[in-house]
Design a protein around this ligand. Structure first.
Ligand SMILES: *[C@@H]1O[C@H](CO)[C@@H](O)[C@H](O)[C@H]1NC(C)=O
Ligand SMILES: *[C@@H]1O[C@H](CO)[C@@H](O)[C@H](O)[C@H]1NC(C)=O
Ligand SMILES: *[C@@H]1O[C@H](CO)[C@@H](O)[C@H](O)[C@H]1NC(C)=O
Ligand SMILES: *[C@@H]1O[C@H](CO)[C@@H](O)[C@H](O)[C@H]1NC(C)=O
Ligand SMILES: *[C@@H]1O[C@H](CO)[C@@H](O)[C@H](O)[C@H]1NC(C)=O
Ligand SMILES: *[C@@H]1O[C@H](CO)[C@@H](O)[C@H](O)[C@H]1NC(C)=O
Ligand SMILES: *[C@@H]1O[C@H](CO)[C@@H](O)[C@H](O)[C@H]1NC(C)=O
Length: 341
């Protein structure tokens, strides 16, 4: 654990010095997570939390057909924490990081010490310019940000000032998976996609946000749908091309805007480390998932579904999602990294 933490810090330092140090003044590189009062999140199923005014299994608030919302709906909305409240059967990384909505039941983000306002939508890609929607009600990343700018921001900024907010974005998992078999020049394609992503970041910048945390792709080539395949979709090269494009964009953004702190957390490196050293993290299964993962009695009755160990001893929750246990480990490492500045 200790070793992996120090490795993490080395990675963080390497990332900071190699990628952003020349671009961004030293003082603005420091996140002061302890000074932040909340997290504003966008993304896909890895990040979404269910809201009482959301779409079960998909969102905190609304969907593409229920796109507008008013102040009353936003402020009365509560995070749902139970087996169907996230895509991992329990709290996910943003809930562990903020502690908001981590407890079973309903939580108003307004009551949290670190508020979590999470507009991620399960199944989201960046934009229909590049890949089709998973469902006709899916809110793409581009539309999540537009929707927030139009309906959420003026209200939220009164509860959570922009200067006390960390914006967190984890996107690309669906984009890279959905397009893995396209006949394109992938580095160019990913440059276009991440360019569109950063047009949305620009919108958030215009709203006044100055602190950004960007997560890179997990080792998708090692998920249960790909592991052991001779033609994983995506393959490790595609994942690394995306991650390079993403880091390059973040660097460019930091260089252009002299007053932002933007950092890419190397989730890929951390998750690959856990996959390679599972015993250090109480994980025994890194290749499969428990077939009964979404059954109501799975927590204690896992053997009935042919699973030798409880879900918490699996790295993967299902074909493409990590367990809540893995999210908790990741969030712990992320928090330590954010605190290091
Ligand atoms: C971070 O913020 C906390 C709380 O506001 C403050 O006490 C601390 O001095 C800050 N740390 C740095 C390095 O600025
Ligand atoms: C949400 O997902 C759970 C678990 O797969 C399923 O049982 C439930 O029916 C889904 N809810 C909706 C509204 O589709
Ligand atoms: C989770 O809570 C929501 C909202 O209270 C409810 O609709 C849903 O049925 C619950 N799911 C489970 C698995 O208990
Ligand atoms: C959305 O898709 C569903 C199922 O595919 C379909 O029944 C419904 O009519 C569609 N809604 C709209 C507004 O297109
Ligand atoms: C990237 O965008 C440029 C400009 O729109 C376009 O000419 C090019 O074909 C795109 N590349 C890919 C691989 O989609
Ligand atoms: C992964 O896929 C890309 C695009 O098809 C291909 O160019 C690359 O060689 C592949 N890499 C590996 C390791 O298979
Ligand atoms: C991982 O879990 C799957 C599904 O439960 C199982 O089939 C497989 O044998 C397990 N692998 C290991 C190495 O335990």
């Amino acid at each position: 654990m200790l070793r992996s933490t120090s490795n993490l810090i080395l990675t963080a330092l390497a990332l900071a010095s190699g990628i952003t140090a020349s671009a961004v003044p030293r003082s603005t590189e420091k996140f002061n997570w302890s000074a932040k009062k909340g997290l504003l999140a966008f993304g896909d199923s890895y990040t979404y939390v269910q809201g009482t005014h959301g779409h079960q299994n998909f969102s905190f608030i609304g969907d593409q057909f229920n796109y507008a919302y008013d102040e009353k709906t936003l402020l009365s909305n509560k995070i749902v924490q139970n087996q169907t409240g996230t895509a991992e059967g329990g709290p996910n990384w943003v809930e562990y990081l903020t502690g908001c909505g981590e407890q079973p039941g309903l939580t108003s983000p307004r009551t949290c010490k670190k508020q979590l306002w999470d507009f991620a939508f399960a199944g989201a890609d960046i934009s229909t310019e590049y890949t089709p929607l998973h469902h006709n009600f899916t809110v793409s990343l581009v539309n999540q940000v537009k929707q927030y700018a139009e309906y959420g921001h003026s209200t939220l900024t009164r509860l959570l000032p922009t200067s006390e907010t960390l914006v967190a974005i984890w996107i690309g998992i669906n984009d890279v998976g959905d397009s893995a078999k396209y006949a394109v020049n992938f580095p160019d394609f990913y440059a276009n996609l991440t360019g569109t992503l950063f047009d949305s970041v620009e919108t958030l910048y215009d709203l006044g946000y100055r602190s950004y945390l960007v997560m890179n792709l997990p080792p998708m080539d090692r998920d249960p749908s790909n592991v052991g395949s001779s033609l994983p979709t995506p393959n490790a090269t595609q994942v690394s091309w995306w991650n390079e494009a993403l880091t390059g964009r973040a660097e460019k953004f930091g260089k252009e805007k002299k007053d932002v702190e933007i950092r890419v957390f190397d989730a890929h490196e951390r998750l690959a480390w856990i996959l390679d050293h599972p015993a250090e993290f109480g994980i025994v299964n890194t290749t499969g998932y428990c077939a009964g993962y979404d059954q109501p009695d799975i927590e204690w009755n896992y053997r009935a579904y042919g699973c030798p160990t409880p879900l918490d001893e699996y790295f993967w929750y299902n074909t493409g999602h990590m367990t809540s246990h893995t999210h908790r480990i990741l969030a712990g490492e992320l928090e330590a990294w954010l605190m290091k500045g």
